[in-house]
Write a protein of this length. Structure first.
Length: 319
């Protein structure tokens, strides 16, 4: 018997008399990349996985209308490419990528993330211990403006702590799941039209699935944000989030929720302060207070709209 590695596929040749049977082995872990950023970022993301997480199945789900898509695909024949519809939001990219995967475990990241040296081994270490869901930390790039720092902190500050412990939430762009756990949520994915990490992880904790966080399973975020992301992005995300959270609620509950949204900005600012106090970015938090306040005011405005008027097309902006 001989074992041969062919790119991302491993086969076993079993010799029986003069006959040879080729048996493909299922990859242990599939990495699903929700790709919606410039191709320069996508290349850096894929290159890091090829260098630091060899042997995994790599699946990239990307809007096929994006510039440079064809040349990007031809540069990485070892990658499985999924052509996504135009303006496909990140949760849908995750869903169609998961459907095409074959690994026992599925890790979701985005193409603005660079995996660390210990990323793969840390994830598999916990899975081998029987942990079905494990996520890791987000590390800031060398941002040079306050909009970038405000966006990074608002999105990821709670995932920057240097700990290993059970948690109630994990980052959507750096979490690995056992396939059977995701398969049990198939109906919800179809109903929600995608894999929304905040709702998925909430349902899993309700049914007794532990979420584990390990800072050593780290990715560096290399994204750069614009003022549009800080303003309209926050508004749309807040609106879509509130609608999805309350879509089964009656109007009295929706109106009560809407009435309480003015309390969100100070509460979210306090939670952010607590998060950065436990991490390494307190000084950056102090520098970009106006920008983070603006983000949360617009997020709360979005939640108000989502509560009383529905999502409109805000789901298309979920990234």
């Amino acid at each position: 018997m001989s074992v041969i590695s062919l790119g991302q596929v491993t086969v076993i040749n079993i010799l029986a008399s003069d006959d040879m049977v080729t048996v493909p082995l299922q990859p242990t872990l599939s990495v699903v990349i929700a790709s919606h950023y410039p191709i320069s970022m996508t290349r850096r993301c894929i290159d890091a996985i090829l260098q630091r997480a060899q042997g995994v199945e790599i699946i990239v789900a990307r809007d096929q209308s994006k510039d440079g898509y064809d040349s990007l695909k031809s540069s990485y024949p070892e990658v499985t490419w999924i052509d996504a519809p135009t303006r496909c939001p990140v949760p849908e990219l995750r869903f169609i990528g998961w459907q095409a995967s074959s690994g026992e475990y599925i890790a979701f990241i985005e193409d603005d993330c660079i995996v660390s040296e210990d990323w793969l081994e840390t994830a598999l270490k916990h899975h081998r211990r029987g942990i079905a869901v494990v996520g890791g930390s987000l590390v800031a790039d060398d941002y040079d403006n306050l909009v970038d720092w405000a966006m990074f902190l608002c999105e990821y500050a709670r995932f920057t702590r240097a700990v290993a412990q059970k948690v109630k939430s994990l980052p959507g762009n750096n979490t690995s799941y056992k396939r059977s756990v995701l398969s049990g949520q198939q109906d919800s994915f179809s109903c929600e039209k995608g894999i929304y990490d905040v709702f998925l992880n909430g349902r899993l904790t309700q049914v007794g699935v532990d979420l584990f966080f390990d800072a050593d399973m780290a990715v560096k975020n290399i994204n750069r944000w614009s003022l549009r992301n800080l303003t309209l992005g926050a508004l749309h995300h807040g609106r879509c989030y509130a609608y999805m959270r309350l879509q089964k609620a009656g109007m009295p509950k929706r109106l009560l929720y809407a009435a309480l949204t003015p309390l969100l900005p100070p509460l979210l600012m306090l939670k952010l302060l607590i998060a950065v106090s436990e991490g390494q970015y307190l000084s950056k938090y102090m520098c970009c207070l106006p920008q983070t306040c603006l983000f949360y005011v617009l997020w709360a405005s979005g939640e108000f709209l989502g509560s009383v008027a529905g999502p409109a097309d805000s789901a298309r902006y979920w990234s």
